[in-house]
Design a protein around this ligand. Structure first.
Ligand code: TRP
Ligand code: SF4
Length: 325
């Protein structure tokens, strides 16, 4: 399967992004042809007013991709804005996407409301999902791992494929959505930096404790002697996401349902799991910070590979649209 996904360079990755990356890495390591990129043009659609950190954030993101386990030998890791073909395809796709369709995209309406302080009543922001479609179709992706909130963008991508193919002949295939479940924030709401319920992956143990210890647990466990149900507890999901061992999980389930372990103990075990999972990543982040050339080389090589694939696609696309001069 050809697989493609990307993230916007918003700064540091948090543990929710890490779960997404885990999923990418599984796809990378199970014999798929994988493309993972930094969506820096997408970042501009809402962040065009302040670009001072853009290139630094792009480097940070690639560094964290690598630290988390993306492997440049197996995956093509690249930066969107370095592949000009994305802009060209975006332009061509924009010709065939009805305006009303874009105005009905839920993320569009929601962001307009949420980012009131920014002026994003722009052509660029309206076109966000079309640019995303161009990213996906450029590499002929069969599968696109994304979370639920991106599902509409994938639906629109498939609509664009059908419209393009019916106008110009079969050129693209419809990509599948590979849904990645989301980890909730430490307060049980959707994980988002603006809610302050996230934990950065390069955090330290003390910060982690400060976020984990106050987490709400199964409300049935008012007292330590009240039994609970792990499935009703966000801490349990964190255990599952951070690789708490099977034995420990059994122990916790038994302890929780029989009220023989307290939530504080359970969270201590979680902190151990998180530390075990994150420590090697912290080390790699430090390594890449002191070896910036390694990161640069990965981007350079990845861009080169992506460009070859993109040029091939554009040749087909331009000939389909009869732009052959
Ligand atoms: N919109 C995606 C997000 O915010 C990022 C993205 C841009 C993307 N282009 C993509 C994801 C193409 C998958 C495929 O998470
Ligand atoms: Fe949640 Fe663990 Fe407490 Fe059970 S013991 S309610 S799983 S924190």
């Amino acid at each position: 399967m050809r697989v493609l996904s990307g993230m916007r360079p918003t700064g540091k990755l948090h543990i929710g992004n890490l779960i997404v990356l885990d999923n990418w890495i599984t796809l990378q390591n199970s014999g798929n042809k994988t493309f993972f990129f930094v969506a820096d043009w997408h970042m501009l659609t809402t962040g065009y007013e302040n670009v001072s950190n853009l290139s630094e954030f792009t480097t940070t993101l690639v560094r964290e991709y690598l630290a988390a386990g993306l492997n440049p030998e197996k995956s093509t890791i690249f930066v969107q804005s370095a592949i000009k073909e994305h802009a060209e395809l975006y332009l061509l796709l924009s010709m065939i996407v009805p305006l009303g369709r874009l105005e009905r995209v839920p993320t569009y309406k929601e962001q307009l409301r949420e980012l009131k302080e920014r002026n994003i009543s722009t052509l660029g922001f309206l076109g966000y999902p079309v640019l995303q479609a161009a990213d996906i179709l450029m590499y002929n992706a069969d599968g696109v791992p994304v979370s639920e909130d991106q599902a509409f963008h994938l639906e629109l991508t498939r609509e664009i494929v059908r419209r393009f193919n019916s106008l110009y002949g079969r050129t693209f295939k419809e990509p599948k959505t590979l849904l990645t479940p989301k980890l909730l924030g430490t307060d049980g709401r959707k994980m988002s930096k603006s809610y302050g319920n996230t934990i950065n992956i390069d955090t330290n143990t003390r910060e982690m404790e400060k976020m984990i210890m106050p987490m709400k647990t199964d409300p049935a466990r008012k007292r330590r002697t009240d039994p609970g149900t792990p499935e009703k507890c966000n801490v349990w999901n964190y255990h599952l996401s951070f690789g708490t061992s099977k034995e420990k999980l059994d122990e916790i389930r038994h302890g929780c349902t029989h009220a023989t372990i307290g939530c504080v103990d359970c969270k201590r075990i979680l902190l151990e799991s998180m530390k075990r999972r994150l420590e090697p990543i912290w080390e790699k982040i430090e390594y890449f910070k002191t070896h910036p050339k390694d990161v640069k080389d990965v981007i350079f090589e990845g861009n080169k590979r992506a460009r070859v694939a993109a040029q091939e696609t554009m040749k087909k696309v331009k000939s389909a649209v009869n732009l052959v001069h």
